[in-house]
Design a protein around this ligand. Structure first.
Ligand code: HEM
Ligand code: FPP
Length: 303
């Protein structure tokens, strides 16, 4: 292993920089932005807008993630889940990571501003600020509601995709934001239950640390119910059809089942299994919105 590390320093360096961008998180964020773009118009949006917006939103999200690594260097170094991250370990210096983040952010902003539209550029920059500054620097350290409020930044991409294509805000895009907003607490708190001791060690006021694991499990159950209800909205307003309704109901029932098991019948792996399912849930839900958009079976209205 050491031999490989020594023989391929360039590749490992690239891998470290890639890790700074939280690529899997950014991939899912970009997928939700993409769905926002596709749902904004009846057909397929113009290809140039699609490519430029995907790049711009992806670059600014990746920049936000890299900034999070810089700001959290000290706590990341103390937690079992994050101690080997490139900045925490010192493989990439703070200045290098910050310059990298700044370069990504600047190129993403310029791309959005000049090749997409100013509204999307400013809203995406505001999301970066919401995550890297408001959430990471302040909320994360201040209150157990940190991820509820901070979750708004991560929920923004569908709206960013929508404005990229239409140049204006729309209620339907806000519904997609609300879905991710309601999804984020059960997504994160399931992981935070599993990693409770890590967070307690570094004095992060995550809900399982401040209010205990049982209380957190109850709140996760409630949020999965709230999520179920929020996910009905696209159907109720006529934005999505029966394919979405059926798929989302099944996904949300499964999420509620995970939450129920976590509360009343857990084993050692239930919290992590719930966290992992949350990711599949959101990915499939947004793919369903997309499929439904192109193969829409109209909602049946009783007049
Ligand atoms: C404030 C809001 C959020 C918080 C606090 C949060 C927290 C976390 C944490 C702590 C992890 C584990 C990361 C790791 O082990 O490296 C994670 C993983 C993940 N999150 Fe979130 N998350 C949030 C919002 C989102 C959003 C909005 C998305 C996508 C739409 C998302 C997608 C993912 C994905 C795909 C992973 C798996 C990453 C991997 O396996 O490398 N998260 N999240
Ligand atoms: C421009 C735009 C859309 C910005 C949003 C950017 C973004 C990367 C949102 C994802 C949220 C996330 C991974 C939070 C985890 O942070 P954490 O510090 O709690 O987790 P960690 O301990 O794994 O770093």
């Amino acid at each position: 292993m050491t031999a490989i590390v020594k023989a391929r320093p360039g590749i490992n360096r690239v891998r470290d920089y890639l890790e700074l961008t939280k690529p899997k998180v950014v991939a899912l964020l970009v997928l939700t932005a993409w769905v926002g773009m596709m749902l904004a118009v009846p057909g397929i949006p113009e290809l140039t807008t699609l490519v430029m917006a995907t790049l711009g939103i992806g670059l600014l999200s990746a920049a936000a993630a890299a900034m999070n690594h810089v700001v959290d260097k000290r706590i990341d170094a103390q937690m079992a889940r994050t101690y080997s991250r490139p900045v925490a370990k010192g493989r990439i210096s703070t200045v290098q990571a910050a310059s990298f983040a700044f370069t990504l952010a600047l190129s993403g902003f310029i791309l959005l501003y000049f090749a997409v539209n100013a509204l999307t550029a400013w809203l995406t920059l505001a999301s970066l600020f919401g995550y890297a500054v408001v959430y990471t620097m302040f909320l994360k350290r201040a209150t157990p509601q940190n991820i509820v409020i901070g979750g708004l930044a991560g929920a923004m991409p569908p709206l960013l995709g929508w404005t990229a294509v239409t140049g204006e805000l729309h209620g339907h895009a806000l519904l997609l934001v609300m879905i991710i907003f309601a999804w984020t607490p059960p997504h994160f708190w399931a992981l935070a239950i599993h990693r409770r001791d890590d967070y307690a060690k570094v004095n992060m006021p995550m809900l399982p640390v401040t209010h205990g694991i049982e209380f957190t499990k109850s709140v996760i159950c409630l949020y999965t119910v709230l999520l179920f209800l929020v996910c009905l909205m696209p159907y109720l307003v006529g934005m999505s059809g029966a394919i979405y309704l059926l798929g989302s109901a099944l996904l949300n029932l499964r999420f509620m089942q995970y939450a129920w098991k976590l509360k009343f019948n857990p084993d050692a792996g239930t919290a992590m299994a719930t966290f992992k399912f949350s990711i599949v849930h959101l990915m499939v839900l947004f793919l369903l919105l997309l499929v439904d958009h192109y193969f829409k079976v109209s909602p049946i209205y009783v007049s």
